[in-house]
Write a protein that binds this ligand. Sequence first.
Ligand SMILES: Cc1ncc(COP(=O)(O)O)c(C=O)c1O
Length: 343
Amino acid sequence: MKANFRSDNETPVAPEIWAALEQANQGTAFAYAEDPWSAQLDQAFSELFETGTRVLPLATGTVANSIALACVTPPWGSVFCHRGAHIVSDESGAPEFFGNGLRLVPVDGPTGKLEPTALGRAIGQSQGHGIHSYAPATLSLTQSTESGTVYTLEELDALYAVALDRGMATHLDGARFANALVSLGASPADASWRRGAQMLSFGASKNGCMAAEALLFFGHPERLETAERHRKRSGHLLSKMRYVSAQLLAYIEDGLWLRLAAHANRQAAAFAEAVETHPEARLESPVQANEVFVRWTAPALEALAEKGIGFHFWPGQENLARFVFGHSTTDDDTRALIDAIRH
Ligand SMILES: Cc1ncc(COP(=O)(O)O)c(C=O)c1O
């Protein structure tokens, strides 16, 4: 493949993270997250987020999302989210599995974003039959969204207010939280709990780590104990958790995570600019993070693939392609892509 834009999950481990793994790879250490690296997580993330933060290190984003939702949603409760949310379309029912019957309620919204009025209406319509209906329990947003867009702080305020005003719990799927932060130019606190997010699936694997994610809890400390039970029962309490925790510490040290994300976003922006001036290809959504969705003809996209450019045809839509830029995308990769769409 000449250049690979299929997914940021296909990027290598960043050298700084690899070095942290090597450092952690000395001698023995207590197992099951009782090691010295895991012991530092709460404090390190509390400083980063400027508030008391409890951290559950995990290996996948799916399990972070699923545990978060199961902690706050009863089996008869519903979770509201965007129709394109990863929890709806890409987790094979894991949230429902962990939640022992909880229901995801997908709501439509343009460019991958929920809108407060539509959300409020969907919540209202879902509970018309009292005890016979599922109970609205949780709102889950994704930042950056599955369409490569980024909610503004005001949009987050308005959406979380809809949920909090109704006594619902709130979750943010931050598989690409770093890319969103860079795009917003906001602090981690301003883009999360200050907006009303109570739990954050803090992604790291897509942006330089190897199988390292975290579920963060802002407030409600009793939820952590429930989360720890879910983690153990589902087989996600890794005995060698030190390697996950050491990566998370290195990832947030000295802004590494933001530098890696800024690089990815810049590459995406360069490609987006080229698409904007292209005679036929069109951007499907505004490009605000590291993913670019392009609408073009199916034969043109097929020809692009034949030139050795790696990308995903969006499922069910042969004229829609997704290009993802990562911390390891080089200027040459992006230039090769731009040349390939022009010639
Ligand atoms: C928006 C979003 N949430 C969560 C995930 C987590 O997925 P995984 O379980 O593959 O780490 C992904 C990965 O593609 C994602 O794009």
